[in-house]
Design a protein around this ligand. Sequence first.
Ligand SMILES: [Zn+2]
Length: 373
Amino acid sequence: MIEISGTMKALSSLHIGTGKKSGTFADTLEYVPGRTIRGMLGYYLYTNHRDLFEEMKISEDNDMSNTNAFFKNALPMSSSEAAGYKRTVASSSSLKWCKKCGHLIAEGTKACSNFVDGKPCLQEGKKVSGFITLDSLETGKLEKASVGTHISTKCPITRDGHTSPGSDFEISPYHVKSIVPGTVFEFRCLVEDSFVNKVKSALHEAGIFSGLGGYRSRGYGSVAFSDLKEKPVNDIIHERAKELSDKSNLMMVTNSSMILKDENNSVIGFDSTFKDYISKFCSLRGYKDDFNVLFHGQEAGSGLPRQIITRGVARGWSLKNGNRVSEIVRCIGPGSCLMVRGNPELLAALEIYGIGEMTNSGYGDVYFMEGQV
Ligand SMILES: [Zn+2]
C-alpha cells in the first residue's frame, strides 16, 4: 500500500451537510469527511473509468479487508504567512488549556503555571473541542485551526425558466452556510501501489468536474489537489514506530468518529469489543497481537480501561444507493482517549489504517501521544 498525501484547497464555497437541517438553515461541517472524498472519486470513476472503480473496490462498505482504498477525513490546516500550512488533529478531551493565555495546563494541576508579563498566570483551564495544530501538542501553546464560513440566502428557482417563482408560488428562501474559498485541508488516502498514478490524475479531474458536498449545481464544491506525494505505508509505519518507542505513558486519541459493532449494536467505549477489533486487525495485517489496555480497574476494581469517551453520530453514505444515507449509527466521538501499551509497529499501523468499521471512509482514525487519562 502507498499513502498519497498533500493538500486540498477549496476553489469555490464548500457545503458539507451535517445531516441535521433546522428550518430553512443548512449548516456545514468544518472538515471534509473521508466518505465525501471517496464519494467524489467513486462517482467520477464510476462514470469515467469503470474498470478502476471495480478494481479498487472503492464501493465496499462492510468488509474492510476487501477494499484497496482508504480515505481519511480532510481536516482544515492552520495557516499563518510565516509558518505556512500546519497539520491539525482533533483535540484530546483529556487536555485542558488556560482560559486566559492558552497554555496547556500541566497534568495534576488546576491553575496555569505559565508566566505572563513576569507574573504567574494562575487562570483555570478548559477543554477545547475542534481541531488544533500538532505543534500545539509539542509547544504547549494552543493554536486552533480557523475555518472561515459564510451564510448565503438563496431563493428557489423554477426548473423550466430558471427564474424566481411567480406570485402564485409560496416563496421560501433558504440559507446555506459554507466554508469560504481558499480554505486548505490536509488530504490523505491509502491505495494499492498499482493505482497510485491513476488515482492522482483522477483526483485532479474529479475535484474540478465532479466536486464534493452539497449545492454543486449552484457552483459549490470545486477543490484542487496539490503537492501530492507518495510514500510506502511500510516506511511510514517503520519511522513512526521508532518515534513511539521513545515515548512513555501512551494515550490513544480518536481523530475522527469511531464505529465499533457487537453484532448489530454500536459499542460506545473501549472494552472487549475494541480488543476484538485489534485482534482481527493483527491477523489481517500480520502483527503479533500484544496490544494491552492499561486497566485502571486493577486499582479501582471496576475492570474498565482508563478512558474518556465523547459521543458522536456517524452517517454511512452508500455509493450503491445513489449516494443516499444508508444508516445512522451512534459512535465514539473524536477526541476520546484511552491509555494503551503495545508493540510500537502495531500502534503505528493502527495510526495508518484506523480501527473499527468503515475505516475506508475516514472513520476510526487515531493518533498516539504522551498523556494521561
Ligand atoms: Zn494562562
